[in-house]
Design a protein around this ligand. Structure first.
Ligand code: FES
Length: 116
């Protein structure tokens, strides 16, 4: 008598994964850098001792947000001056109800990682 063949484990769906985007020492103390993860353009910011990641495209006219200045927890779009919360991606100065996507970000042993 032979033992039954065990069933194959169910495939695990691929979910978000942490991706290294650079060394923390490469970031300005108060500003952002562009990271490319696959086809995504992500602005990764260091500000007031914390890290943030936003989709790098202004929903108004598509300007790269990471080129703008960072101040008081917000980044300002250099296109027309709308400002976006680094925490939520929501517009702070500009039309209400508009936002850009955010991503989890962390630093592990000096390496900045974004969960995509
Ligand atoms: S393109 Fe960003 S505010 Fe106009």
């Amino acid at each position: 008598m032979t033992d039954p063949v065990p069933a194959s484990p169910a495939p695990v769906p691929a979910g978000p994964a942490w991706t290294a985007v650079g060394n923390a020492s490469e970031w300005p103390e108060n500003g952002g850098r562009l990271a490319r993860v696959g086809a995504r353009r992500i602005g990764v910011y260091r500000h007031a001792g914390a890290w943030y990641a936003l989709k790098d495209m202004c929903p108004h006219a598509g300007v790269s947000l990471v080129q703008g200045p960072v101040h008081d927890g917000q980044v300002m779009c250099i296109g027309h001056g709308w400002t976006f919360s680094l925490t939520t991606g929501e517009v702070v100065r500009g039309p209400s109800g508009v936002k850009v996507g955010t991503y989890p970000v962390r630093v592990v042993e000096g390496v900045v990682e974004v969960e995509v």
